[in-house]
Design a binder for this molecule. Structure first.
Ligand code: C5J
Length: 220
């Protein structure tokens, strides 16, 4: 076992049981005209983390460790979109409505795609998720069980919504969770800082956080 330098204390890496999970690095959250921008957010904050997410993915690939991607999206007939989810947000551009990059957060639409710089390669798993958490209504739990994965390193957006929700789901399911600090972002810097603080407070109550460089140094 090798430790990754982390907070609030070193993360006990199990090389044979760890995977990287990259949450929702989609055009809809990071480009003008997408879902994030439609809610009035400054999406340039998200694009700034692309290099760090990219080198984290590259490090996992180079080390022969699994990389899993998620996409927040819904079926074209909206049968997996609860009215309570659709009815919130920007009233003039809801999930499922047609925007400049196609229908907002609908599977197969251009805006729903993962950013080309971070695109999955052959053999990598992509989880399409209708919720904020990646375990809800997906096959993620079964896939991780099948692969004997016990630890998850997290990257992606947004820190306090889909990333933190998935970390909490994973933590409750018994996974050891580590958040890569420079490889996650929020539209609200104070929410990112608060999410990081609350995740690792109280003796890593939800999980650990670490710098990308420290993760890469240990897995390489
Ligand atoms: C949001 C996400 N923020 N991926 N989705 O609606 O965090």
């Amino acid at each position: 076992m090798t430790d990754i330098k982390a907070q609030p204390f070193p993360f006990p890496l199990q090389r044979k049981a760890v995977a990287l999970i990259v949450i929702d690095m989609q055009r809809d959250f990071s480009e003008p005209g997408g879902f994030g921008a439609s809610l009035g957010n400054d999406v340039s904050r998200i694009t700034k983390i692309i290099p760090d997410v990219k080198r984290l993915i590259a490090g996992f690939r180079h080390a022969g460790l699994p990389v899993i991607h998620t996409m927040e999206c819904h079926k074209p007939d909206l049968s997996d979109l609860p009215p309570a989810k659709r009815s919130r947000g920007n009233p003039s551009l809801r999930i499922g409505d047609k925007g400049p990059m196609g229908r907002i957060l609908i599977a197969g639409e251009p805006g729903t795609a993962i950013l080309p710089e971070l695109a999955p390669i052959d053999g990598e798993i992509v989880i399409e998720k209708p919720g904020k958490g990646a375990f809800y209504a997906t096959e993620l739990g079964d896939i991780l069980n099948h692969k004997d994965i016990k630890q998850l390193v997290f990257a992606g957006v947004t820190t306090e919504v889909c990333v933190q929700t998935t970390m909490r789901e994973a933590n409750d399911r018994g996974y050891e969770c580590l958040l890569a600090e420079e490889a996650t972002e929020s539209y609200f810097p104070e929410f990112k800082a608060a999410a990081i603080a609350m995740i690792r407070a109280q003796g890593a109550i939800v999980g650990w956080t670490a710098h990308v460089d420290d993760i890469l140094e240990t897995i390489s």
